[in-house]
Design a protein around this ligand. Structure first.
Ligand code: ZN
Ligand code: ZN
Length: 343
């Protein structure tokens, strides 16, 4: 099979490697669509340190089952599937508490955050544990289906953790994939105000298609003043989905009493300045969200199947597997949202 093998920093080589054979609990999936996540780009660029070369990245994907292991019960050859990057044992304490993303016996496909890492989906084929497979409704395109995991991540952060309620006022920092998916969910969940903050006008303009009601360019204006012009009483929720540390600082600086902050975007090391006394006085509630568990994957599929959220709206670029280096470099330009690879 053809696969994009990451052999070192910025050494992403498309070549023929042996097609893997599924063990008893795995399926071999023919990959139809795989999204590039910022964590994939960071593996490529060398910003991500916790990985071993060679590896195949790519964890947001959909496809068709080509072969199944002996023990598979719910999936067969020819089934169209969506994969969760995270598989879990279902038996440990974390799994039984519904926190499958903390499972010590699980694995992550092409990604980050678990002890065991399996080869990812920037390849014609990928092995997927049955536990990671979801049936793809026919209505959902393979490209949209590849975005089930990021959509599930935004849903988990905004709805399950930060508990956005109908009529609330929301600020989203960062008009990238995660911020825009959150914005689409918030619009349907009944947020009355969705203020999008970014430093790029093209992205801000794009966010109008995804439910944003107000746009603020924090590179050109004082974002705090602008937010309080729109919301004199301050936001109910600030959802930080940008990544750089100043965005996290801004999230806390925007809080009035009782604001809930979701620290969703920052994955780089470093610190910001937050006063515990102020958190105490304001009763700031801080949530964060990393990875996904089965319930939010299933919910994300429902959102797309019922036509509530069209995740494919955020796709701006598509590349073949042979052009994956060009696809990776597209991650650096500001006029893009989601980049998809169709192996
Ligand atoms: Zn991702
Ligand atoms: Zn477990």
């Amino acid at each position: 099979m053809r696969a994009a093998v990451l052999e070192g920093v910025k050494e992403l080589i498309v070549k023929d490697i042996p097609t893997p054979i599924p063990s008893d609990d795995m399926a071999l999936v023919r990959v139809k669509s795989c999204g590039i996540c910022m964590t994939d780009y960071k593996a490529y660029s060398g910003e991500r340190k916790n990985l071993e070369y060679p590896m195949i990245v790519g964890h947001e994907f959909s496809g068709v089952i080509e072969e199944v292991g002996n023990n598979l019960k719910s999936f067969k050859k020819g089934d169209e599937i969506i994969a969760s990057p995270v598989s879990n044992c279902g038996i440990c304490k974390n799994c039984r508490q519904g926190l499958a993303q903390y499972c010590k016996n699980g694995a992550v496909i092409g990604g980050d955050g678990m002890d065991k890492i399996l080869d990812g989906a920037f390849a014609e084929n990928v092995l997927v544990p049955e536990n990671s497979l979801y049936h793809k409704p026919r209505k959902i395109s393979f490209d949209a289906a590849a975005l089930t995991e990021p959509l599930a991540g935004s849903y988990k952060g905004l709805i399950e953790y930060s508990q956005l309620r109908i009529s609330e006022d929301l600020v989203i920092i960062g008009a990238g994939s995660m911020g825009l998916l959150a914005s689409m969910i918030a619009e349907k969940a009944g947020a009355s105000t969705i203020i999008m903050i970014d430093i790029d006008d093209w992205r801000l303009d794009f966010s109008k298609k995804c439910g944003a009601t107000h746009l603020i360019n924090s590179a050109k204006t004082d974002a705090i003043k602008e937010v309080y012009k729109v919301l004199p009483e301050g936001p109910d929720i600030v959802f930080e989905a940008a990544g750089p540390l100043p965005a996290a600082q801004l999230a806390f600086d925007l809080c009035r009493r009782g604001t809930r902050v979701n620290e969703f975007g920052v994955t780089t090391e470093g610190t910001i300045s937050v006063s515990p006394a102020e958190i105490h006085w304001k009763e700031t509630r801080v949530d964060a969200s990393f990875s996904v568990y089965p319930r939010v994957m299933q919910q994300s599929i429902r959102l797309m199947e019922k036509g509530i959220v069209d995740s494919s709206k955020i796709i701006t670029h598509r590349f073949s597997l042979d052009d994956i280096n060009e696809a990776m470099n597209t991650m650096k330009i500001s006029e893009r949202i989601k980049v998809i690879v169709n192996p």
